[in-house]
Write a protein that binds this ligand. Structure first.
Ligand SMILES: CC/C=C\C/C=C\C/C=C\C/C=C\C/C=C\C/C=C\CCC(=O)SCCNC(=O)CCNC(=O)[C@H](O)C(C)(C)COP(=O)(O)OP(=O)(O)OC[C@H]1O[C@@H](n2cnc3c(N)ncnc32)[C@H](O)[C@@H]1OP(=O)(O)O
Ligand SMILES: CCCCCCCCCCCCCCCC(=O)OC[C@@H](O)COP(=O)(O)O
Length: 366
């Protein structure tokens, strides 16, 4: 069943990528329409992953936030800041995007390597996702250009920034705390030292386009260590997300003040994590939007469309095909499975980059 789900996701994703490619001529004729169409096509891919989390694995996602901020969610453009400790944190982020109706349009400042991942990376190209090489000298120009393009985006979007720049490991934490010490900044226990350049440039260039920063902190109950493979195997997790809405006007315009502001924010985030580790929950009320049926319906649609004919073809092959045809089919299925495994491995922290493993200029990717 899991293999079926994987094959369905992969084939449907490639079909959507092809449809996205077909929208290329439209960009020249009606750019805003092309963007809207691509948001819907992207929804077809992302919502299948969300359906796996919400409906297949039954993972519960609880939102802690204040009732005054809640009505803004999904109704405005926002920059989302999130801690980067978990292999499925992006998927939990997508779940909230889905529940607030911004899944198809949501953006991220992503490492360039992800642009080459089939289905998701190729989809992102048409969503005008901002990519970076994590080398500021090379990134500055392209990141600014990509941000400028979002100024007239026709749909509400959330722009996700993992300011730590890489996923938390003990080694990366130790090194980043050495950097903090050298800079005279307080040490953090649960976060890596945030990289400030991406945040400051995003705030600077999206001012007037986004209205708020959503300071978000994610945790899993009972020290669960969630993985994408766990989700695919139907394992249920319990995610807690704390979100604080900060109006963009309250963030300093000056670059060094903005950087200081971000460091202070991470110190506050660290205190919040300490509270969570002591009490097992975040402070304040929970206001969790319910899961919507659309992700499930979209997933079932693709299963209905693809898996039944796929099974029929396979059965016919094994019944009437020559030994050569059967062998070729088995090899193709094996290659497809390897492809999916490789995609899943992109989410695994122990296969992550070496970025942040070395202090200073030499912290490039592996
Ligand atoms: C209501 C509900 C609310 C919320 C719901 C939650 C979420 C949903 C939202 C949206 C979902 C949308 C999409 C999600 C889908 C998928 C996402 C998946 C993955 C993609 C994520 C990634 O790829 S993360 C990696 C790439 N992104 C980033 O790195 C962003 C952060 N980085 C930066 O901003 C960097 O500044 C940079 C990349 C722009 C540039 O990198 P560079 O390395 O060149 O950085 P700096 O110039 O900043 O670094 C040099 C300075 O850093 C100091 N230094 C040196 N070594 C270290 C070290 N080890 N640790 C810390 N600091 C270090 C050095 O001294 C320099 O200091 P300066 O003072 O000179 O700046
Ligand atoms: C049933 C369906 C099976 C299909 C599985 C498809 C899986 C596709 C996953 C694609 C990858 C999505 C994004 C991964 C995000 C991520 O976690 O990136 C890590 C970066 O932030 C930081 O990288 P690093 O420096 O290595 O920590």
């Amino acid at each position: 069943m899991q293999a079926f789900a994987e094959a369905g996701e992969e084939i449907s994703g490639l079909i959507v990528n092809f449809l996205q490619l077909c929208t290329l001529p439209l960009w020249g004729i009606n750019k805003q329409l092309a963007r809207k169409v691509n948001c819907r096509l992207a929804y077809c891919i992302c919502s299948q992953m969300v359906a796996l989390l919400e409906w297949w694995s039954g993972t519960e996602c609880t939102l802690y936030t204040d009732p005054e901020s809640y009505p803004f969610y999904g109704k405005e453009n926002a920059i989302v800041i999130l801690n980067h400790n978990f292999e499925i944190d992006f998927l939990c982020g997508w779940t909230f995007c889905e529940r607030f109706g911004v899944l198809g349009s949501s953006k991220v400042l992503a490492k360039k390597e992800l642009a080459y991942v089939p289905v998701i990376g190729w989809m992102w190209y048409f969503l005008e996702i901002v990519f970076c090489k994590r080398k500021w000298e090379e990134d500055h120009k392209t990141v600014v250009q990509s941000l400028q393009r979002l100024k007239d985006y026709p749909e509400n979007f959330w722009f996700l920034l993992y300011c730590e720049g890489t996923r938390f490991t003990q080694k990366k934490h130790k090194i980043s705390m050495e950097v903090a010490e050298k800079k005279g900044l307080p040490k953090l226990k649960y976060h890596l030292l945030p990289r400030t350049k991406g945040f400051c440039v995003t705030v600077q260039h999206l001012r007037g386009t986004v209205t708020a920063v959503y300071d978000s902190t994610l945790n899993f109950r009972n020290n669960q260590i969630p993985t994408l493979t766990g989700v695919l195997n139907g394992k249920k997790y319990n995610a807690d997300l704390y979100v604080r809405r900060i109006p963009l006007d309250s963030i300093p315009e000056n670059e060094s003040e903005c950087a200081l502001w971000l460091h202070k924010l991470y110190q506050e985030k660290d205190e919040l994590q300490e509270k969570y580790s002591l009490t097992g929950c975040f402070p304040g009320p929970t206001l969790t939007p319910p899961r919507r049926p659309w992700a499930l319906l979209n997933w079932l649609f693709w299963i209905w469309l693809l898996l039944f004919p796929l099974c029929l073809i396979l059965l016919q092959l094994f019944h009437s095909g020559s030994a050569f045809t059967v062998f070729t089919t088995v090899v193709l299925c094996f290659a497809a499975s390897l492809g999916v495994r490789w995609m899943i491995s992109q989410t695994e922290i122990n296969k992550g980059s070496s970025y942040g493993n070395k202090e200073g200029q030499l912290n490039n990717n592996a």
